[in-house]
Each structure stands twice: as structure tokens, then as C-alpha cells.
Design a protein around this ligand. Structure first.
Ligand code: SF4
Length: 212
């Protein structure tokens, strides 16, 4: 058995550990429920923020209006979006972090990414492009900086990363004020994704033995 052969089992074992995690349980108003979609064959990684309440309830990332907006940007249907053989979705904080007193969700729990992220990424060696969705994912990978500046200058981060705004309801108004996003960024986003979204490899074809 090669290292690559053992990768699916190692990742599955790691995901089981993640699902049992209670490290910051006392700080989570709805309790731990890590939401992630990973596979050792994934080619595209969506690095996001943290689950909202609907994602917490359903256990499915971006299963809300933000997800509808993001799928619209990607030009992608739900079936493709949730094909974890090709697309991994890994938030910076894996559990719903609660609400801020003045509205909006709290930031991802700071304990989470240092504990799990690098190990999960190590189990997905075929990732070719990472979408950095929102300020937390961008800060973790690219350091300090403004989301809008990075989105405008997305070409600086290709071919490895593609920075995007968080697709929350507020982003609708932002999009209307910034038509360059739809005119320049979204076509480039779809073009960057297309070559790495080829159908997953079929199981190896077994050739019948020659007649005796
Ligand atoms: S947010 Fe992360 S560190 Fe905290 S309980 Fe959930 S999985 Fe564990």
C-alpha cells in the first residue's frame, strides 16, 4: 500500500475526530456541530467563514441565501457544488459561533483553524485552486488587507488563490455599487474554475484476461 492509498482512510479518521470535537463547546450557543465537506480527490477548495444558523441546523455548508449567491457567482448548480469528490468546503471555524450583540454572526472561533485546518488540508493533496471567501479566510492565508482591494486585484493571487467577498445579503448592494465585479471578476472566476472541474476519475477499467 502506498501513502496515497491510505489517504482516504486517514482523512476519514480525521473527520471523525473533528466531528467529535468539543474544544470550544462552552462558547458555542448552539453547541458543537462542525460542518465541512472534504475528500482526498477534491480539486477546488472553498475556504469560507463559519456556519450560520441554517447551515448549523442542516449540516450543509452554504445551504442558505449566501450559498445561492455564491453558486450564482460560480455559475454552478447545487449538484455540482456539493460534489465533494471535486469541491471541498472548509470554513475557518467549523461550528456556528453565535451572534454579535449588535447583529451579525460572531467571527469564527479562534481555536478552530489552528487545531484542524492544516491537517485537513494535508489530506487533500489535489487542491488546485482555493477560493478565499471573505475577510477571515483571506487574512488567514494572505495576511492583513482589504477584501475589496484583493477582489479588484484577484489576478495577483492566481493561479493558487481567488479572493472573493463574503456572499451575504449585504453584498447585493455592494455588487450594485461595484459593477466591475460582475463585468470582470465573475467571468475570470468561472474561467479559472472550468479547467479544474473536469468530471471525477472513473474507477480503473479492468481489462478481462486474454483467452487461454
Ligand atoms: S469550532 Fe472547531 S474547535 Fe470549536 S468545537 Fe467546533 S470543531 Fe471544535
Amino acid at each position: 500500500m502506498t501513502d496515497h492509498d491510505s489517504a482516504p482512510d486517514e482523512l476519514a479518521s480525521l473527520v471523525a475526530q473533528v466531528r467529535a470535537c468539543r474544544v470550544c463547546a462552552d462558547s458555542l450557543p448552539l453547541g458543537p456541530r462542525p460542518v465541512l465537506h472534504v475528500s482526498p480527490t477534491a480539486r477546488l477548495l472553498i475556504a469560507s467563514q463559519a456556519p450560520g444558523t441554517r447551515v448549523h441546523e442542516t449540516g450543509i455548508s452554504f445551504n442558505d441565501a449566501s450559498g445561492d449567491r455564491l453558486r450564482g457567482w460560480l455559475g454552478m448548480d447545487r449538484e455540482t457544488f456539493y460534489d465533494s469528490r471535486r469541491i471541498a468546503i472548509l470554513p475557518m471555524g467549523l461550528c456556528y459561533p453565535g451572534r454579535l450583540p449588535r447583529g451579525g454572526d460572531r467571527p469564527p472561533r479562534p481555536e478552530c483553524a489552528p487545531l484542524w485546518r492544516a491537517r485537513l488540508l494535508a489530506g487533500m493533496p489535489d487542491i488546485a485552486l482555493t477560493l478565499l471567501v471573505g475577510s477571515y479566510a483571506q487574512a488567514a492565508v494572505l495576511g492583513p488587507g482589504r477584501v475589496e482591494d484583493r477582489v479588484r486585484n484577484f489576478r495577483d493571487f492566481l493561479p493558487r488563490y481567488f479572493p472573493l467577498p463574503h456572499p451575504s445579503w449585504r453584498t447585493g448592494a455592494w455588487e450594485r455599487r461595484n459593477p466591475w465585479f460582475a463585468a470582470e471578476v465573475l467571468p475570470a472566476l468561472r474561467a479559472a474554475i472550468a479547467p479544474i472541474m473536469a468530471p471525477p476519475r472513473a474507477d480503473p477499467v479492468r481489462t478481462p484476461p486474454p483467452p487461454a
